[in-house]
Ligand binder design. Structure first.
Ligand code: ITT
Length: 210
């Protein structure tokens, strides 16, 4: 496999996938005419439900091909796992009812507001990424990656997207926004899920399944 088709409207995710794929000499491509396709409504209660839904619906536009989509987000322990599946809309008044993403800056500002009085030892959090691979409208496999970190009280770094500037990864003493896409892929939830996907692909190829 030399090329993986990714279904996402988020350029930050595409950069992450490209960074993860580069390490393996694989190319990432978007679905042709992705921006003109109808948006998939992300109304699932879990990352897995939403990832499957996106991969299945978008795979219908690339017949016979494996299409990958991810649903991902930030879980804050002090907020019992919020914003979770609503991470992309966290700045909305009612994130679970919002029908459009809110911008990264506003989402980050809300996280800082919610954690204002939370001491540093209670600011633990994790990024979760569930990646679904589908073909012709059916999920063939899902993969889950997690990255554990701490939420800072001021943003740090200019790379990445979403909550990266607030997400401090103790192992390397940096936020994800202080890393290149290739470096981030070594530690990130998306990188972990993508590596599992590549291992699965290799196994399928050996067994002549794809
Ligand atoms: P697609 O559904 O089109 O892929 P999206 O941005 O709407 O794009 P999600 O519904 O999966 O994607 O929302 C994920 C949100 O979680 C994303 O917008 C960020 O706010 C946050 N997030 C996920 N992974 C992240 C990462 O690696 N770094 C920073 N924030 C991340």
């Amino acid at each position: 496999m030399q090329r993986v088709l990714i279904a996402t409207s988020n350029p930050g995710k595409l950069r992450d996938f490209a960074g993860a794929a580069a390490v393996h000499g694989i190319e990432i491509a978007g679905i042709p005419n992705f921006s003109s396709l109808p948006l998939v409504v992300e109304d699932g209660h879990t990352f897995e439900e939403n990832a499957r839904k996106k991969a299945e619906e978008y795979s219908r536009y690339a017949p016979g091909e494996i299409v990958v989509a991810d649903d991902s987000g930030l879980e804050l322990d002090a907020l019992k796992g919020s914003p979770g599946v609503h991470s992309a809309r966290y700045a909305a008044d009612q994130p679970h009812l919002a029908d459009a993403n809110t911008d990264d800056e506003a989402n980050n500002a809300r996280v800082l507001r919610e954690l204002k009085h939370v001491p540093s030892d209670k600011r633990t959090a994790r990024f979760v990424c569930v990646l679904a691979a589908a073909r012709d409208g059916q999920t063939v496999q899902t993969f889950r990656g997690v990255a554990e970190g701490i939420i800072l009280d001021t943003p740090r770094g200019a790379n990445g997207f979403g909550y990266d500037p607030l997400f401090y990864f103790p192992q390397i003493e940096k936020t994800f926004a202080q890393l290149s896409a290739e470096e981030k892929s070594k530690y990130s939830h998306r990188g972990a899920a993508f590596r599992q996907f590549l291992d699965w692909c290799e196994k399928q190829i050996t067994e002549n399944e794809i």
